[in-house]
Design a protein around this ligand. Sequence first.
Ligand SMILES: Nc1ncnc2c1ncn2[C@@H]1O[C@H](COP(=O)(O)OP(=O)(O)OP(=O)(O)O)[C@@H](O)[C@H]1O
Ligand SMILES: [Mg+2]
Length: 303
Amino acid sequence: MSQLPPPMASSAWAPTTVSTWSATPVPTTFPPLGEVVTVAHTKGGAGKTSLTFNLAYALSTCGAKVLVVDLDQQTGQSVFLGDAARPRIGEDQDVADVGAVLLGRAKFEDALIRDVHPNLDVLPADEVSMGIAGRQLADPWVRSRLVDILDSARADWDITLVDTPGHHSAVVTAALSGSSGAIVPMVPEAGPVNELPTILKTIRKTAEVSGRPDVYGIIKMRVWGNSSYRRLAEDEIRVVADRFEVPLFRNKIPEDAKFGEAHLVGLPVGAYLPSARSATAYRHVAYELIQRRGWRFPVPELL
Ligand SMILES: Nc1ncnc2c1ncn2[C@@H]1O[C@H](COP(=O)(O)OP(=O)(O)OP(=O)(O)O)[C@@H](O)[C@H]1O
Ligand SMILES: [Mg+2]
């Protein structure tokens, strides 16, 4: 008579099924990924700050340790800091922010706001201080400090996302020259679409001089309705993406009233209401970015 193997103790085995997949960060012993990605568009109001902070949040929930560096003197970023926001400080007082670090007046550690959300830290910008630093970013010394800051962030964070102002070219090119990747938010409307070749040329020119960054993708933002006007704009984005041979993300962020509510209370929409349409879309954009780049964080297959 054949001998059956002895039954396994129930605690020694558990089936792995799709339902056991979880986005909860798993502690790892990997060294940090060390990616620096600048979010850039030459047009104001194109969605840079929204994309930076909300994508950072979505990536952090995938288990990545994420840093946001705010280089926008308008401190648009601060509105996503919620309770972690520091009070605004007057012109005559020193403030520990990214501008002060760039000018050599503050230490990186003093300016850093840790744990704004689990896995998510922020180097904020103060309007006055970053305003001064921004005007000096054409100076090679200040510029090299920014590149040093971004390079040293690689040792401690998996992904550093850099928010840039829409208008200040010295800030944008300095950030790009210190980044491995660039992401371009794209609202499918005439103004931002017409500016798309300009920012792609700026990124290309920086890459010719500095050897970086690569364009990691164009991400469509604030998409709503299905008018012929919107479809024309989306077609034009596809044409420009093909001409410059850069990836256009399949996942896009819808226009969403819940996003506006979250913005008002200073939260990424994923932290405010994880079931909101735009929160789900941001998670999907994060999964797509992770899959396109082959980063090691476990995400569900969506593509
Ligand atoms: N998915 C969305 N649904 C609704 N509103 C949105 C969405 N995404 C962004 N917005 C709104 O669009 C506006 C402009 O976005 P944002 O501030 O991110 O642009 P920006 O490019 O950073 O602007 P600036 O050039 O001034 O820095 C904000 O009021 C923001 O709340
Ligand atoms: Mg902004």
